[in-house]
Design a protein around this ligand. Structure first.
Ligand code: ZN
Length: 303
């Protein structure tokens, strides 16, 4: 029987305008980049499962941490008029129909409004709970994290990746375990049918997740979230941006720079060589050019 592959639909959500120097090594002084914060709907046909990858910007900005408001003021032009819930409604889908919400990481422009997803199981990377409760130590302290962001009874936090080649089953119900999918080191096969993989993609934050989806016999889509913020970095035209923090330390947008380069190089390899000979399209969460070129594929259509 022929395999019916999953579909990937980008969702029309919000946008923001951070300083370019946060991302690009060769940014001009004062330059701003207006960029989407992309979310995606993935439908897995044989189980009928609906997965949303990332929740973009929260529609009601006043529902973010009060302390975040000052930061948001520096990100204009910013819009949250469209969010995942409204994007789904364009295809007559209700947020309550979503089975899984996978969060790449817990920064404000990716967490949306989890309470809209009343039936979903939330999947988050290792240590996300600790991070949200600010129990990861001063290096990761973020006063804007929301300890109660995710519903405890409907959240699966992935365990640490194994130190040996493959891990033991950590979720009996779903048969989930860490395995390698060369050149990607650690993935979880969501439906045990080699079509949708959760990808450990560390660097930006610990536990950062990507999603790899087989959309046809000859195409994969790799949803890279914040593993890379600009396509010029992916192409090797420029490097990650740096700046000095309050203590005078040079920092980048990625907490673990060594891990971020490793993840970036795997993405470059996938883009260049494909996965077992099958081409891979890499899609970054904040790639406005990609959004412009792919508007015809947005939900209710698909890639
Ligand atoms: Zn982001």
């Amino acid at each position: 029987m022929a395999i019916i592959y999953p579909t990937v639909s980008p969702l029309r959500c919000g946008f923001l305008s951070p300083p370019a120097k946060k991302f690009l090594a060769d940014a001009r002084e004062g330059e701003k980049l207006t960029m989407p914060s992309l979310s995606f709907l993935i439908v897995h046909p044989s189980t009928g499962s609906k997965i949303v990858f990332d929740l973009s910007i929260r529609k009601d900005l006043t529902k973010y941490h009060p302390g975040l408001q000052k930061h948001l003021a520096t990100r204009h032009p910013l819009s949250s008029e469209n969010d995942v819930k409204s994007a789904l409604s364009l295809g007559h889908m209700d947020a309550s129909e979503v089975d899984y919400v996978v969060l790449s990481h817990c920064h404000w422009d990716h967490i949306g409004t989890p309470s809209d997803f009343t039936s979903a199981t939330f999947i988050a990377g290792h240590n996300t709970g600790k991070m949200l409760r600010n129990e990861m130590g001063p290096e990761f302290y973020n006063p804007f994290f929301e300890a109660d962001l995710l519903p405890a009874d409907r959240t699966v936090e992935l365990p640490a990746v194994p130190s040996s080649r493959t891990g033991e089953v950590f979720d009996e119900k779903r048969g989930w375990y860490w395995q390698s999918l060369s050149p990607v080191q650690n993935v979880v096969d969501m439906f045990n049918d080699c079509t949708v993989y959760l990808v450990d993609s560390p660097g930006h934050l610990p536990g950062h997740l990507n999603l790899l989806v087989r959309i046809s016999a000859n195409k994969w889509v790799y949803l890279a979230a914040d593993a890379c913020h600009h396509v010029r970095i992916l192409k090797g035209e420029t490097d990650f941006g740096t700046w000095k923090d309050d203590q005078g330390q040079t920092v980048t947008i990625h907490k673990d720079l060594g891990a971020a380069y490793k993840t970036l190089n795997i993405m470059r390899k996938l883009q260049k060589e494909g996965l077992n000979g099958v081409p891979v399209q890499i899609v970054l969460a904040h790639d406005g050019e990609w959004e412009e070129k792919n508007l015809q594929h947005f939900f209710p259509n698909h890639l």
